[in-house]
Design a protein around this ligand. Structure first.
Ligand code: NCD
Length: 305
């Protein structure tokens, strides 16, 4: 398997075998980080963030620095020529002259694909509007894999904004390829999973009630209602607190449940859940750096996989 020079735009750009290769590599990186601390020496990552980010951008930057590489980029697009009206295509052509690999987040669906088509260097999609966020998916899956050993036969509940949540869409597409995975989709009617994502799943239920679904779950993937994607403030206010997971509700859940959240959270997970051994969202964000190290090294052709 050779990922050198490839783009990662959508979750299905990686085969199951390629994802498994990245998980294995991330495990090796976690076990012996010193073996990887120089492998991207002389390589430059460009981070192009047209939308806010804390974990994704910083974990990519930390990942590249921990591989011995370096980082350039912007997180305030209005400080770049974007403010003068430059297109994504011209920005990526420019960046490809200076850097070896680029990671891009943009509010428009399809923007990373547009960039990849014009780019002479690998482009990684760090979120394109309400569409996909494939490296969050690698993070989510590595977290489950490290705890449960695999994905076959798991029951996963996805709760919150399943309409605009790009992390949900990506995770469903990637996970639906494993056998016996059951999805329980918990959302208000207005925030249901879009049809094109429903089509990916063999076995799913759509429900409205979190407490009722909770006892059945091996994994609960909580999400934030995506305020920035709403057209109307009233709808956001009405829907934003639809689901709040707290310690009292969690009493009904299995001992082996994993609670995941891509973060940032607003109110959908109370802080009284944070110390429960079933809360995995802080471990998850740490795993995000390790899987991004694996991905950067693989796309730059620095590891045999
Ligand atoms: C997510 C995103 O940007 O889609 N955040 C992240 O990358 N960890 C989730 C969110 O913003 O709700």
């Amino acid at each position: 398997m050779d990922l050198q020079g490839k783009h990662l735009i959508a979750p299905l750009d990686l085969t199951v075998d390629e994802m498994e290769g990245l998980f294995a590599l991330a495990k090796n990186i976690i076990a012996s980080p010193e073996d990887f601390s120089e492998i991207c020496k002389g390589k430059l990552l460009a981070t192009l963030f047209y939308e806010p980010s804390t974990r994704t951008r910083l974990s990519f930057e930390a990942a590249m620095l921990r591989l011995g590489g370096q980082v350039i980029g912007f997180s305030e697009p209005m400080s770049s020529s974007v403010s003068k009206g430059e297109s994504i295509a011209d920005t990526i052509r420019t960046v490809a002259c200076y850097a070896d690999i680029a990671v891009m987040r943009h509010p428009k669906e399809g923007s990373a694909l547009v960039a990849a088509r014009k780019s002479g260097i690998p482009v990684i999609n760090a979120g394109d509007g309400g569409h996909f966020h494939p490296t969050q998916t690698l993070t989510d899956l590595l977290t489950i894999k490290l705890e449960k050993g695999g994905f076959d036969g798991i029951t996963i509940g996805m709760c919150g904004d399943l309409k605009f949540g790009r992390t949900v869409h990506s995770l469903i597409c990637a996970l639906a390829r494993y056998s016996g995975v059951k999805f329980i989709l918990i959302s208000p009617e207005e925030l249901r999973v879009p049809e094109y994502i429903l089509d990916e799943m063999k076995d799913y239920d759509e429900v409205r009630d979190l407490s009722e679904a909770l006892p059945k779950l091996d994994v609960l993937y909580m999400t934030r209602v995506q305020q920035e994607r709403f057209f109307n403030e009233e709808d956001y206010i009405r829907l934003k607190d639809s689901y709040i997971l707290n310690a009292a509700k969690l009493k009904k859940a299995k001992d082996g449940l994993m609670v995941l959240h891509p973060l940032p959270r607003v109110k959908e997970i109370s802080t009284d859940v944070d110390d429960d051994p079933r809360a995995f969202y802080f471990k998850q964000m740490k795993n995000g750096m390790h899987i991004r190290m694996a991905l950067l090294a693989a796309l730059l052709g620095k590891v045999g996989m």
